[in-house]
Design a protein around this ligand. Structure first.
Ligand code: FMN
Length: 201
């Protein structure tokens, strides 16, 4: 596979990556998707299980339908888990016009074979590879965790050709950003301890 020439260093890419929630209509092409998947499968994988598999959705009507299914289920789950008290408002999920996939042209579902002991970790590492590779190529991404309760319903999985023994772990929208992306603000790292050996050891 011929890889794109990117100008950014890995650290510049890490600092530049943001969740993008406004996208241009332009769809990403198959070659770009293949590059992102190639990045995904290079992630570390516990006991070399490579438990991931991918579904690519570029059908706007289907994305809208999946979004409409996602909103009430996410609200129900948020209520059940007491997330309304987290200080974050979920009111937008009641808005019929709100698309949980932000009208992005492409959704990548990272699915994990649930029998693999560290499939969640493996899939999330693959997710970060996709997001960093996308960022370095000038693309925007956003994890859509709120879609998970609806996506993992048996009928939806069947419709998306996902075998029973796989779970959808990381839904990620990808597209051309229609926003100015500014670097993320983060608290400084909390260091609980620094334990260094002394010279006499
Ligand atoms: C597991 C997970 C689930 C997420 N789910 C959503 C989501 O459903 N909708 C959304 O807009 N952003 C979602 N995000 C993105 C976070 O809101 C975002 O990463 C956070 O606000 C930090 O911003 P940044 O990614 O721009 O640095 C999710 C992120 C993670 C890691």
């Amino acid at each position: 596979m011929s890889l794109p020439k990117v100008e950014m260093t890995i650290f510049e890419t890490i600092l530049a990556r943001r969740s993008v929630r406004r996208y241009k209509a332009r769809k990403i092409d198959r070659t770009t998707i293949n590059i992102l998947l190639e990045a995904a499968v290079r992630a570390p994988t516990a006991i070399h299980q490579e438990p991931w598999a991918f579904v690519i959705i570029q059908d706007k009507q289907l994305l809208r339908k999946l979004s409409d299914q996602a909103k009430p289920l996410f609200l129900a789950e948020a209520r059940q888990r007491g997330l309304e008290h987290s200080g974050h408002s979920f009111e937008i999920f009641n808005d019929p016009d709100f698309n949980v996939y932000y009208d992005a042209g492409t959704l990548i579902l990272i699915c994990g074979r649930a029998s693999a002991p560290f499939y969640l970790a493996d899939c999330w590492l693959a997710a970060e590879n996709i997001m960093l590779a996308a960022c370095a190529m000038g693309l925007g991404t956003c994890v859509i965790g709120s879609a998970l309760p609806a996506l993992n319903i048996a009928e939806t999985k069947t419709q998306l050709n996902i075998p029973e023994n796989f779970l959808i772990v990381a839904p990620i929208v990808v597209g051309y950003p229609d926003d100015v992306i500014t670097p993320a603000l983060r608290k400084p790292p909390v260091i609980l301890a620094t334990l260094a050996a002394t010279l006499n050891d």
